[in-house]
Write a protein that binds this ligand. Structure first.
Ligand SMILES: N[C@@H](CCC(=O)N[C@@H](CS)C(=O)NCC(=O)O)C(=O)O
Length: 204
């Protein structure tokens, strides 16, 4: 198996953190922005969106899309379990994953339009009102995770699960790359982020 990704790109990083947490070592190929090789017809056969990550199986089959890759790997490498050990736990894990996924677009727009950012370097106008529009949506999503984590050390319970990998990649991308400060009232998420940052997988 081979993982096509990129260093520190949020979606491939979800898989990289997951692989590190699982202790799975597979060959990894990292592309570099602006990713010219990912727009070729050959690449689009591997990933119709022209995006990474992609998991290439030994028979040449390619699986695009982060969640599909992670769920495939979870089926092939069931231990340590990171999706849930019964129907209820799997349902809750998927629910929390979905809450994290719902933050991606609003949070991306908030940080890109709030302060000078990549938007301008692409030659577009930054619109601060867009940030104002998305701010309450992001805070509502963060509040959902603040409630979901409860008193648990990880987002879904007492062990690292798939949503932790997803959320850490997203939080790191916005907090560190865009200098976003989590509002103080999200105490549990702030503590979770500090704890997860100490895990070896956070360096993946
Ligand atoms: N829905 C996809 C999104 C993948 C994605 O947005 N990948 C980004 C890197 S984080 C990418 O390939 N960007 C390069 C491009 O769009 O050209 C997933 O969940 O894997």
């Amino acid at each position: 198996m081979k993982l096509y990704g990129a260093h520190m790109a949020a979606n491939p990083r979800r898989v990289k953190i997951y692989l590190a947490e699982k202790g799975i070592g597979i060959e990894q190929v990292d592309f570099k922005p602006p990713y010219p090789e990912m727009k070729t017809p050959e690449f689009l056969k591997m990933s119709p969106t022209g995006r990474i990550p992609i998991l290439e199986l030994d028979d040449g089959t390619c699986i695009p899309e982060t969640m599909a890759i992670i769920e495939y790997l979870e089926a092939v490498y069931p231990e340590p379990n990171m999706l849930g050990s019964d129907d209820r736990e799997r349902a809750w894990t998927r629910a929390v994953s979905s809450m994290v996924a719902d933050l991606v677009i609003p949070w991306g727009n908030l940080v890109r339009h709030r302060a000078p950012s990549i938007v301008e370097s692409y030659g577009f106008k930054r619109v601060p009102e867009v940030a104002l529009f998305f701010e309450p949506i992001v805070e509502r999503g963060l509040n959902a995770l603040e409630i979901a984590i409860g008193d648990n050390p990880f987002l879904v319970g007492d062990r690292p699960m798939i949503p932790d990998c997803h959320a850490f990649a997203l939080f790191h991308a916005t907090i560190d790359k865009f200098d976003y400060k989590l509002p103080d009232r999200f105490e549990r998420l702030i503590a979770w982020y500090a704890r997860f940052s100490q895990r070896p997988s956070a360096a993946a």
